[in-house]
Design a protein around this ligand. Structure first.
Ligand code: V47
Ligand code: SF4
Length: 356
């Protein structure tokens, strides 16, 4: 065993942090199986054989967006063919469908709408809660929180508190993309900076809400950009402790405007998930999002440090508009089977990781 792997093996055994240089060396190593073995051991120590999943439903409430990130095939401009915004009654109908099949979470996804007032988003939360008060609503990223503050004239703290009163349960991890500013300006020049994403997320955590963190990988970024991204998240988690799960999102290139990007192969996807497990020692959950990874890679990831799968999903647009070939939905039974086939124990959870 070479000295890099021997040193990291010792660190995993003694719960010691790996360094940025070690993370970079792992990204540069071709030895996927050795990386996976270390990540699997790190995960076993934290989570044993158990793999969490949840029964959820996405509601994509609008695809209109003033940001128009270059990697996003979902967003549209006002007046463009295919633009839509759901009415509150349509949102209520989708929430009713979810409640009827025993979903515990509604995950809303949407663009930064040019005209809707802040009150619309409060009414959307209230509408879902009225359908079924027990549904946990995971909605709005730091990007939306910053936007709501701009359109409402409220401070970020006031926005978070007002959303909480209207029924917000926690926040998804989107909008992080690559936090380093140089890449960020090339892939999403209109989006809030990485620094602002971290600042708003820290306020969210200080207000008592949990959130996730994502990393969009496989476009223009290089390995050092991924390591910097992981470092910024690990540092914030040290300060706030508010992140639940880290979710690497494999870039889907179709219909996007990122020059030269080819998308993500299985080797890179597994390596990235495994290194995330090894580097992010202060994150309990590393989540495989099968929509972007594909079902078989998501399953294989369970042997590469992953302990969490999202979810039944039901209605997915961001990945599929960009060419994802995974199914739109998986049933509870599909997910349980997938986990058991990997030799692991499926555990249904709610959004806050209470077992069901
Ligand atoms: O921020 C956009 C990504 C994110 C593409 O927290 C793309 O549980 C791949 O954050 N290829 C939104 N990805 C989705 C998201 C998410 C998904 C599932 C679970 C959770 C969670 C969060 O989707 C965006 C962006 O990074 N995205 N376009 C694309 N072409
Ligand atoms: Fe808008 Fe989000 Fe798409 Fe960027 S990723 S264009 S912010 S919907």
């Amino acid at each position: 065993m070479n000295s890099l792997f021997a040193s990291i093996k010792e660190k995993v055994a003694s719960n010691t942090r790996i360094s940025d240089d070690e993370a970079l060396a792992l990204f540069e190593s071709p030895d996927l199986l050795a990386i996976g073995e270390l990540a699997a051991e790190a995960n076993r120590r934290k989570n044993g054989d158990r793999v969490y999943f949840n029964v959820n439903r996405h509601i994509n409430y609008t695809n209109l967006c003033v940001n128009r990130c270059r990697f996003c095939a979902f967003s549209k401009e006002a007046g463009e063919a295919g633009e839509y915004t759901l009415a509150l009654e349509q949102i209520a109908a989708k929430a009713r469908e979810a409640a009827a099949v025993g979903a515990t979470e509604i995950h809303t996804v949407g663009g930064l709408h040019p005209d809707l007032p802040f009150e619309f988003y409060l009414e959307m939360l209230q509408t879902i809660k009225k359908v079924e008060p027990k549904l946990h609503i995971k909605a709005f990223t730091a990007v939306e929180i910053d936007y709501f503050s701009q359109i409402s004239g409220l401070t970020v703290e006031e926005v978070i508190a007002t959303l909480g009163e209207a029924g917000l349960g926690s926040l998804p991890g989107g909008g992080a993309e690559i936090l380093g500013q140089e890449v960020r300006e090339r892939i999403c020049p209109e989006k809030i900076s990485g620094e602002r994403w971290l600042e708003v997320t820290e306020k969210v955590h200080r207000a008592g809400f949990k959130s996730n963190a994502t990393m969009l990988f496989g476009h223009l970024e290089a390995y050092p950009d991924r390591v910097e991204h992981l470092r910024l998240l690990r540092e914030l988690q040290d300060r706030s402790g508010g992140f639940q799960a880290f979710i690497p999102l494999a870039f889907q290139p179709d219909n996007t405007r990122v020059p030269g990007a080819k998308g993500v192969g299985g080797v890179d996807a597994l390596k990235t998930l495994a290194i995330s497990r090894l580097y992010l020692d202060n994150f309990k959950h590393i989540k495989a999002y099968w929509v972007m990874l594909g079902v078989k890679i998501a399953q294989t990831a369970l042997c590469f440090g992953v302990n969490d799968l999202d979810g039944t999903v039901v209605e997915e647009k961001i990945g599929h508009d960009a060419g994802a070939d995974a199914p739109q939905a998986m049933s509870r039974g599909d997910i349980q089977k997938l986990i058991r086939q990997a030799g692991r124990v499926p555990v249904e959870r709610d959004t806050l990781y209470n077992e069901i």
